[in-house]
Design a protein around this ligand. Structure first.
Ligand SMILES: Cc1ncc(COP(=O)(O)O)c(C=O)c1O
Length: 453
């Protein structure tokens, strides 16, 4: 490693950071993380903090997961790369596809299309949805529906179904034919509805109205996260996703579950779809599939989709889509080991228990800190604190205070993520009761320090 003064001098000088203003990165240089073990990070100044971000929703098994590290190292020795484009394959990816088909059987998904990450997975699902309808003789179904506040990555297709202007406005015009309907966000919604079950019905009714307006026979697919993550951990009422699934089925619209953060246990269930008791037509996965140690993803497809493609005799089902790194053998080896370890640890159990502890602890902090407008979570290890300047009016905060709070929490021993007005937490799913207690303590002290100063 280069000396710390070199790192500090050159930090953000020769690279642009995703999701940051280049000028801001220059003026407020990013934290330099130089090591990690278990659920803790070490920075260049020798500080050690709990990583309540879990990498970026992906390091579910922590930073010391030896089975995944060893699988990567040994695969690099045996076969560091080979493509899966037409005519070739590799042993690791065949084994992984078999394991995934077993893992996702309860979700009604049987076949994988491999990618290099979450945005790739979303792009793949969107493209295959259009092709599916063309192959089965409804070429007019080309539009997409999604939820406002949803996050689906940053490829042009993915950004087009994204429901947050921050990821869209600078890159317009985006893909035509993408339409957004209200999300079941109880704290703020256009209906002024505070009852989650009633709000779910209103949102579904709005979606139904949009389908009627567009014409169901023009819509290829609807995409949503089972719990909206980056948009601020918006947990729908339990009736919402089943109602949406039914609506899609009734109108011949494919239901794409974007489970880039919820697959593999984060919600306290093995998948977000299983949490809500539905089966999607396609599921986007990435992130925790390799514990974040290798960029990799998979779109899982239901037999309804694969039958149409596999039984085509016209040639229309030939797939003109894929990535150089689709089915990368090192990623596949990492995923095989990661899935085995995730299953061995029965990881959703701890995610559920510690998620409840975190959620209840945050509710207690809300009693104490006026700046907290809303606490969201309660379904596994994903939670958000929405900060406001005035609880009664729900007036938003200035931009600087959340960043100051994030710094103060860090100085008290925990890394959290700030996204707009939200402090977002998605720690590794192996955190202990003590880790969660320490995280809550750091958030409490950080809020007190930052709000007073
Ligand atoms: C639900 C969801 N979909 C897609 C993505 C995009 O994934 P990536 O950043 O790996 O492209 C993310 C990333 O956070 C996500 O949370």
């Amino acid at each position: 490693m280069k000396a710390s003064n070199f790192l500090k001098e050159n930090n953000a000088q020769h690279m642009w950071h995703p999701m940051a203003h280049p000028q801001d990165s220059l003026q407020n240089p990013p934290r330099i993380i130089t090591g990690a073990s278990g659920v803790r990070l070490q920075d260049v100044d020798g500080n050690e903090v709990i990583d309540a971000v879990g990498g970026l929703w992906n390091v579910n098994l922590g930073f010391s997961c030896d089975p995944v590290k060893k699988a990567i190292a040994s695969q690099l020795d045996i076969l560091p790369y080979y493509s899966t484009f037409r005519g070739t394959s590799n042993d690791a990816v065949i084994e992984l596809s078999y394991e995934l088909s077993k893992f996702f059987e309860p979700d009604g998904l049987s076949t994988a299309f491999f990618t290099s990450g979450g945005s790739d997975s979303v792009e793949t699902a969107l493209r295959l949805a259009r092709q599916y309808h063309k192959v089965r003789g409804e070429p007019g179904r080309v539009k997409y529906l999604s939820l406002k506040k949803g996050y689906h990555g940053t490829h042009t297709g993915a950004a087009s179904v994204n429901g947050n202007a921050n990821f869209r406005a600078a890159y317009e015009p985006l893909l035509p034919g993408c339409f957004h309907t209200p999300s079941p966000y109880v704290y703020r919604n256009q209906f002024n509805e505070t009852d989650p079950a009633k709000l779910a019905q209103l949102c579904v009714a709005a979606m139904e109205e949009e389908i009627a307006f567009q014409g169901a026979n023009t819509i290829a697919a609807f995409i949503m996260e089972p719990i909206l993550g980056a948009g601020g951990v918006i947990v729908p009422h339990e009736s919402f996703v089943p109602m949406v699934r039914e609506l899609c089925t009734r109108h011949g619209i494919l239901f794409i579950a974007d489970e880039v953060i919820t697959a593999f246990g984060r919600t306290g269930a093995w998948t977000g779809s299983r949490l809500w008791g539905i089966q999607p037509d396609m599921m986007c996965t990435a992130k925790a599939i390799t514990n974040g140690y290798f960029p990799f993803g998979a779109v899982m497809l239901s037999p309804q989709i694969t039958d149409v493609f596999e039984n085509d005799t016209t040639g229309a089902a030939a797939i003109g889509h894929g990535y150089t790194y689709s089915g990368h053998p090192v990623g596949a080896a990492a995923a095989i080991a990661c899935m085995a370890e995730t299953l061995r640890l029965d990881i959703p159990v701890n995610a559920g228990l510690r998620g409840t502890q975190l959620f209840e602890g945050l509710q207690v902090l809300k009693e104490k800190h006026e700046i907290i407008g809303d606490i969201r979570g309660g379904r596994g290890l994903m939670a958000a604190i929405e900060l406001v300047s005035d609880r009664t009016t729900k007036a938003p905060l200035d931009k600087e205070t959340p960043v100051r709070i994030q710094d103060a929490i860090y100085n008290n021993g925990t890394m959290v993520r700030v996204s707009g007005p939200n402090i977002i937490m998605s720690p590794p799913l192996i955190v202990t009761e003590q880790d969660v207690q320490d995280m809550l303590g750091a958030i409490d002290s950080g809020l007190s320090a930052a709000v007073v100063s």
